[in-house]
Design a protein around this ligand. Structure first.
Ligand code: FPP
Length: 234
């Protein structure tokens, strides 16, 4: 079983267009599917699920669409049954300081309410960009150098890993992008160095637990060498 799955929830707009619906209807269906897939990941024993809900680049979309995604997030966060009883821990990653204050407060409450959960941890990436995340880590390192806590000659990769938003978690070992695009789009740039990738033509709102099972089967057949070689039995 992958320990940490990352999902780029892509294809909501095309899903809606195919049905002659507004793009926002695609996001509603996408957010429902997120809940289904997260519950399933919890059931099958995945430890971490990171979903890309809103990127640092998504602000370029029409205001109505941005507002609709923010409203969906609000609605989801206000729903107090949010995974709590299911033992799912919620975390939010990204440059949260740029989000509307009420959403930040709801996020803090959802994190607090679910902090004791021992099942799946869901990282919801909102106003998230992988490069912004690395920059955030580098700034923190700069501060620690300035105040004498770190020596620039002794910096290691761990100094960055400890300062990214998913610090202390297993790195994503499996990244899934539905909807026929073959890009990382600034998602988990640092953490995905050794991740396996799975691409599918299915649009996110249609990406089912069966599709996930198929992807995980394929993951289990991959030969992960991490730059080494396979040691044959002598
Ligand atoms: C990409 O599809 C999707 C997004 C940019 C937004 C994803 C947001 C959600 C699934 C809702 C978030 C809320 C919760 C509660 C999880 P796209 O719009 O780029 O689709 P397209 O490529 O077909 O146009």
């Amino acid at each position: 079983m992958p320990k940490h799955i990352g999902i780029i929830m892509d294809g909501n707009g095309r899903w809606a267009k195919k049905r002659m619906l507004p793009r926002t209807a695609g996001h509603v269906a996408g957010s429902e599917n997120f809940k289904t897939i997260a519950r399933y990941c919890n059931r099958i024993g995945v430890k971490y699920l990171t979903v890309y809900a809103f990127s640092t680049e998504n602000w370029k979309r029409p205001k109505e669409e941005v507002d609709a995604i923010m409203d969906l997030l609000r609605k989801y966060l206000k729903d107090s049954t949010n995974f709590k009883e299911e033992n799912i821990k919620l975390r939010f990653i990204g440059k949260l300081s740029e989000l509307p204050e009420d959403i930040r407060e709801l996020m803090a409450k959802a994190e607090e309410d679910s902090k004791e959960a021992t099942g799946l941890t869901v990282n919801m990436a909102v106003n998230y960009g992988g490069r912004e995340e690395i920059l955030h880590a580098v700034k923190s390192i700069g501060e620690d150098i300035k105040n004498g806590k770190l020596n620039p000659d002794e910096l290691t990769e761990d100094d960055i890993s400890e300062r990214i938003y998913t610090a202390l978690q297993d790195e994503p070992d499996f990244i899934i992008r539905p909807s026929g695009e073959y890009r990382l789009s600034n998602f988990l740039v640092w953490q995905s160095a050794y991740a396996e990738f799975w691409f599918s033509d299915v649009l996110w709102p249609d990406f089912s637990t069966k599709d996930l099972d198929r992807a995980i089967d394929a993951f289990n057949k991959r030969d992960r060498r991490f730059g080494g070689i396979k040691v044959e039995k002598i």
